[in-house]
Design a binder for this molecule. Structure first.
Ligand code: NAG
Ligand code: NAG
Length: 137
């Protein structure tokens, strides 16, 4: 093996290890406005993170290691006085290359925004699906 190939191989190995080991943080913050709570219930195939009621300005966060099969999925039912929905907040196939550390969301009155880690801005992703709180659980 030529030296350069050995280097490429080492880099590839390190990259694969780094990608599979990286710990990601999913965060959902309530930016709805003064006095408005966000009700949120997040789950994966294996975990139920429980029902939370987040006051304005608070967030809910958890960390996990995306599994090497790329099948990690977390989803949340969320709602407030005027909207609700069921949202995938982390899907390995969609997000492995999108968020490496901060898989952050904010809930605003018009819907959910996701952090663009590279540019440090939040982009609009999902509107509230229903115009009523609906049955969350
Ligand atoms: C909002 O949540 C807080 C704490 O979780 C709770 O004490 C309060 O009663 C809630 N307010 C409304 C309007 O539901
Ligand atoms: C919105 O509601 C429709 C119809 O019930 C459903 O098919 C869709 O998955 C929902 N989307 C979200 C983001 O909740």
């Amino acid at each position: 093996m030529k030296i350069s190939n050995a280097y490429v191989f080492m880099y590839a190995l390190v990259l694969v290890l780094w990608l599979s080991e990286a710990e990601r943080h999913v965060r959902v913050a309530n930016d709805l406005g003064q006095g408005l709570n966000l009700t949120i219930h997040c789950r994966s195939h294996n975990d139920d993170l429980g029902l939370k009621e987040l006051p304005y300005g608070f967030y809910f966060e958890w960390a996990f290691n995306s599994n090497i099969w790329g099948s990690t999925v977390f989803y949340c039912d969320m709602g407030w006085q005027q909207g609700s929905g069921h949202y995938d907040v982390f899907v390995a196939r969609r997000d492995n290359s999108r968020c490496h550390y901060r898989c952050w969301w904010v809930a605003r009155q018009d819907g959910l925004y996701a952090l663009d880690e590279q540019h440090n801005v939040y982009n609009f992703w999902f509107p509230w699906n229903k115009t009523a709180p609906g049955v969350l659980l």
